[in-house]
Every structure is written in C-alpha cells, then in structure tokens.
Design a protein around this ligand. Structure first.
Ligand code: CP
Length: 305
C-alpha cells in the first residue's frame, strides 16, 4: 500500500526488502553522509504529541536524501488543529504542499483516518496507545544488526505493556518470526488482549509474568519501556506503578552474556544510567538505526525503492 499505518501490512519478504535498503542507507551515510535520491521532494510532519527521535530522524532521513521538510512547530498548540480543525483536513492541507505526511496523534486511528482522506502517502508515527509501526521496524532491524537473526530469540518486554504502542506494534511484527515472547508488567499494565490474540493466531509461544526473575535467564532481548505517565487518569495511579521494574547493573549481572537491552526511549528511571556503558546496552545505537530504516521507508513510499 501507499501508506504505512500498521505492522500488520508487512510480510517477511517486504520487511527484508526494506531492511536491505536500510542497510544500503547506513553504508551510504557512513561513506558520503547524503544521497540525492529524493531531491525536490517535500515531507510534511504533523506531530500533535511530543517527539524527539521520531520527528528528528524522519527530518534527518529526508534531508540526507536531498529532500526538504515542512512542519508547524508545536503543532498541537500552534497549528489550526488547536482551533478545532480535524487531522483529516490538516493532512489534506499539508499534502497540497508536500509529497507525503508523517502523523503523530494522541488519538488511536488518527493516522488511518488521515490516510483515508489523503491522496498522498501517510505514515503513522504513533497513534495514542494504538501502534508505532516505524518504531517496530527499526526495532527488528536493530535485533538483526546486533544479533544477526531474529529467529530463535526469546524477547522479553518489560514495563507498561498496556499503554506502550511500541510494544503493541513490535509483538505483532515479531510474530512473523520463530520467536518466544515474554511479557513482564505490573498487573494493571498487561499487554492488551487483542495483541495477545494476534500473536497467538500466528502460533508464536508467549507468556505473561509478574517478575523479571521468571524469564531473565532465557532472555536474548530485554525490551524495556517507560511507564506512560500521560496515559494515566491520576498521578496517584501512575505513582503506584512507575518504579516497579528498574534495570540496573545488578539485573544485567544475572542476564545472558549475549543478551541485548533495548528501549524505544525516552527513558525515565526504568534503566539506571550505569547500564549505559554495558556493551549489552544497545538503545543508543537503536535510535541511530531508526534513521536508516526511515530513509528506506521514505524511499519506498515516494516510489524510489
Ligand atoms: N521512540 C520514540 O518514538 O521517541 P520519540 O517519542 O522521542 O519520537
């Protein structure tokens, strides 16, 4: 399809074709820094929720491919969305000036609704607690870069699995592979039933746990997530669960030597900064891989890959 809205739209073959292009982009950036594949193309960014990585890596991806970006700074407050304009009309507006649009919204389904109204490609950069498909793509790319292959891995998700859209997308995407999935969370923040059902439908082994100790020894990828303060109704509900799982050097002392620690970032307190220097901590490289994957995605939706 024209749009990138959900990981459900990808087959294994399409993923690997995308990763081949991302690998070429990585080599090209390290060799030359830029490549004029999208010269003359314009990308619109509509971010109605905060972002550092997704917004900047899409912009950097477009700039390194010779294109340009347009954006309304602080769009949640300063675009006409603040006057009540719909995301659909906003994307119709942006595509009058641009060749594709990136949309992040607090509302589940917002990017899909915008895509249904759009003539040009729309990429979902996170829709509330729904999905964050481009993050899941860069996460799988990261596993392949760091561990060589995804098949055979035990991937353990830790933290706010209820609200974390990155884990919703990643669990679904990993179910294309022969993996084992482990979910460790507070009881009130478990993985949504619809994600568990989608994974089960592909025959992937999965299990839920209240303690990391249950699964740490078998874990190849420890995927840590932030407790999503902005999704809670009250501060008290957030405070009750925000510090339940904290990864420290002591945690890693009990993990496999070959394991890797990932995090979509931003982090708050859930990974202690002393973990950053452990060679198994790959979360800072993970965000760099995101730019290469987004370069490949832009080349794909703009018809150049
Ligand atoms: N991982 C991620 O989506 O980060 P940002 O919210 O900073 O874009």
């Amino acid at each position: 399809g024209r749009h990138i809205l959900s990981v459900a739209q990808f087959t294994r073959a399409e993923l690997h074709a995308l990763f081949d292009v991302a690998t070429e982009m990585k080599q090209m950036v390290s060799r030359a820094g830029h490549y004029e594949l999208l010269r003359g193309k314009v990308l619109a960014l509509l971010f109605l929720e905060p972002s550092t990585r997704t917004a900047c890596s899409f912009q950097a991806a477009m700039l390194r491919l010779g294109g340009t970006c347009l954006t309304v700074a602080d769009a949640g407050k300063r675009s006409s969305v603040a006057k009540g304009e719909s995301v659909e009309d906003t994307v119709r507006t942006l595509e009058s000036y641009a060749d594709a649009a990136i949309v992040r919204s607090p509302v589940v389904g917002a990017a899909a609704a915008a895509a249904a109204a759009a003539r040009k490609p729309v990429i979902n950069a996170g829709d509330g607690i729904g999905e964050h498909p481009t993050q899941a793509l860069l996460d799988v790319f990261t596993m392949r870069e760091e561990l060589g292959t995804v098949n055979g891995l035990t991937v353990t998700f830790v933290g706010d699995l209820r609200h974390g859209r990155t884990v919703h997308s990643l669990a679904r995407l990993l179910s294309l592979y022969a993996v084992r999935l482990r979910y460790v969370s507070p009881a009130s923040l478990r993985m949504p039933g619809e994600v568990l059902e989608a994974v089960a439908a592909r025959g992937v082994e999965q299990s839920e746990h209240g303690s990391l100790d249950d699964v740490l020894r078998e874990t190849d990828v420890l995927y840590v997530t932030r407790v999503q303060r902005e999704r809670f109704d009250t501060v008290a509900e957030y405070d009750a669960v925000c510090n339940e799982f904290i990864i420290t050097p002591k945690t890693l002392a009990r993990a496999k030597e070959t394991a890797i620690v990932m995090h979509p970032l931003p982090r708050l307190g859930e990974i202690h900064p002393d973990v950053d220097t452990d060679p198994r901590a790959v979360y800072f490289r993970q965000m760099e891989y995101g730019m290469y994957v987004r370069m490949a995605l832009l080349a794909k939706v703009l018809g150049k890959a």
